[in-house]
Design a protein around this ligand. Structure first.
Ligand code: NI
Ligand code: MN
Length: 236
């Protein structure tokens, strides 16, 4: 499964990704907009966002979640603790779930899967417990299956994602320091069985030193394609 079949995947810098399916379902993942140094300047979000998926509570993933949720009124999918916190900020339509669970909206099934990382929420200068960090497998009926890993290291159980979901496109952090770097991300791509990788979470801040070129070199000879695009550009 390698074709996107009419689904557009737009990278908005760091971990922020917008996906629009052929049927018109609009999904935003990890909105980091106003203070995201790599957010494409002048880029305007689509008029409609049906689903807002949040991988974990760190501010470089949810900084604009409350404002986006209030403006667009999407269904907001996050792990229970983070969802509860959003509810306490008067965010409506919050769906708190946990590992292995799926939320279905029209042609899209979003399944919450493991990530090896930490999660906390900064609230009024304090760090509060954010539940476990997660990734999402996004299965589009009649379209692609896309894995957004969130922030994670590589782990061998990623092979279960290949068995269960066969993602064609893996959206993987490669920056190192806070997540896996390119060498481990290459192994993650092999574990999940994706034919294409969209590298994210690199170059935003000085410690995030991994590059798509390094990822490409670690994937040489595997047939797995690295689709490095600029923020604001789309895979189709
Ligand atoms: Ni994080
Ligand atoms: Mn992060």
């Amino acid at each position: 499964m390698s074709e996107l079949n009419g689904t557009a995947v737009t990278w908005l810098g760091h971990s922020t990704v917008h996906i629009e399916t052929a049927a018109g379902t609009s999904i935003l993942i990890d909105p980091f907009i106003e203070h995201n140094p790599k957010y494409p300047k002048g880029y305007v979000l689509p008029k409609k966002i049906d689903l807002l998926l949040l991988t974990h509570g760190h501010s470089d993933h949810i900084a604009d979640a409350v404002s986006v949720a209030k403006k667009y009124e999407p269904s907001v999918v996050a792990i229970f603790e983070l969802a509860t916190w959003l509810g306490s900020k008067q965010v409506a339509n919050v769906i708190g779930m946990n590992m292995g669970g799926s939320y279905v909206h029209k042609d899209v099934t979003a399944t919450m899967v493991e990530a090896r990382h930490s999660s906390s929420i900064e609230d009024d200068g304090r760090l509060i417990y954010g539940g476990e960090p997660a990734g999402f497998v996004i299965t589009v009926a009649g379209g692609p299956t896309i894995y957004h890993a969130g922030d994670t290291s590589v782990y061998s159980d990623m092979q279960l994602l290949r068995e269960l979901y066969q993602p064609g496109l893996a959206i993987l952090p490669i920056g190192d320091h806070y997540t896996m770097g390119p060498k481990a991300a290459a192994m993650a791509a092999k574990y999940v069985g994706a034919s294409k990788v969209l590298p994210i979470h690199y170059g935003t801040f000085p410690p995030l030193t991994g590059t798509p070129e390094q990822l490409r070199s670690f994937l040489e000879g595997t047939g797995i394609e690295v689709k490095a695009i600029k923020p604001g550009e789309s895979l189709r």
